[in-house]
Design a protein around this ligand. Structure first.
Ligand code: TRP
Ligand code: SF4
Length: 334
């Protein structure tokens, strides 16, 4: 029997290369070896986009297309939509008795997100909603509803997983061994840097390179990337390790070509403009099969809908099974 994996993504925008290298590559590896459930977390996305339902709605399709375009195979991975699984909402209510409000306020992920969302939750988080504060509980329901044993996430999500594990342990100790205790799977490359030199690539940081960016947009972004500041003239020697273009070459450029980039940069016989152009063409080459698959799904939206419908049906069956056990353990199975 394959072990069960569950992960979720909020449908709030298109995938960028930070997602691709940080999470996507890991999913592609895991889809062959595990029984993989992939949740499009629309309910969670609404916790901080409740005033923008259109955005969440549109991005369910966008995100699914992006995931399919990178090669996530719907015959191996069960795609489903969170809001279509009412059992998750039920579990959230049951688990909310097992979590203190102060523990939720202390959750580092919640804390940092609240401080980033001043417009929504106030300068000191005084306008935080009950729903947002409680989303770690709902995420614990996401994971346990499908008995997820392994959860591939970025390191920013570790506090949420820890909170889930606490809930599972408490549930099992009160009501008897019922829920599967999940474990995180960290990807090797949890984060990649931005072309601007920022430690992280992010949509809100304004430095994201999206899988759906056009050739023109990619060119513009790469052309403005941060290079070694000591290299002023075309024939100055430079240090590729101080250059974001080189950092990206390492992601997209074949090894033999990469060695040339490094050697020529150090020797001062490589101009930054042509170096950037080479990177642009390698990124575009890399995107070719991704764009091709995306075009196919964009042209066949019914197929995307079918993938979501069938996955959701399967997920509903799995969640129903869990709920039966949970209600029995809690003595609410009248
Ligand atoms: N919180 C995750 C994120 O923002 C998304 C998510 C929702 C998730 N449900 C999940 C991740 C369950 C892992 C498991 O990226
Ligand atoms: Fe960076 Fe290339 Fe310029 Fe060297 S030559 S500093 S690697 S852009």
């Amino acid at each position: 029997m394959k072990k069960r994996v569950l992960t979720g993504l909020r449908p709030t925008g298109n995938l960028h290369f930070g997602h691709y290298f940080g999470a996507g590559v890991n999913y592609l590896k895991m889809q062959d070896e595990y029984d993989f459930y992939l949740e499009i977390a629309d309910v969670q996305a609404l916790t901080d986009n409740f005033n923008n339902p259109e955005k969440v709605y549109e991005n369910v399709f966008e995100l699914t297309c992006d995931l399919l375009s990178i090669g996530i195979d719907p015959s191996k991975v069960c795609f489903f939509i969170q809001s279509k699984i009412p059992e998750i909402a039920e579990l959230t209510v049951f688990y909310s008795n097992l979590v203190t409000v102060s523990r939720l306020f202390r959750n580092p992920t919640v804390k940092s997100e609240v401080s980033q969302k001043k417009e929504l939750f106030g300068n000191n988080g005084e306008s935080i909603t009950y729903g947002f504060l409680g989303y770690p509980v709902s995420q614990a329901a996401d994971i346990t509803a499908f008995s997820g044993e392994y959860v591939p996430v970025g390191d920013d999500q570790l506090p949420l997983l820890e909170q889930c594990r606490e809930i599972v342990k408490k549930f099992n100790s009160i009501y008897g061994e019922t829920l599967v205790l999940p474990q995180q799977v960290l990807s090797k490359n949890t984060r990649i840097k931005g072309l601007d030199g920022n430690e992280k690539m992010g949509k809100s940081l304004g430095n994201a390179l999206f899988l759906t960016d056009s050739d023109e947009v990619i060119s513009k972004k790469v052309m403005s990337a941060v290079t070694d500041p000591d290299k002023i003239h075309k024939d100055d020697k430079a240090n590729p390790d101080k250059c974001m273009v080189y950092y990206y070459h390492k992601l997209f450029t074949p090894k033999d070509e990469l060695d040339v980039v490094c050697r020529e940069c150090k020797a001062g016989c490589r101009g930054c403009v042509s170096c950037k152009k080479e990177l642009i063409s390698n990124i575009i080459k890399f995107l070719e099969p991704i764009r091709e698959r995306r075009k196919y799904y964009e042209d066949n939206p019914n197929e995307v809908r079918k993938i979501l419908d069938e996955g959701t049906k399967k997920a509903q069956e799995t969640a129903k099974e869990t709920l039966k056990n949970v209600k029995k353990a809690m003595k609410i199975d009248y």
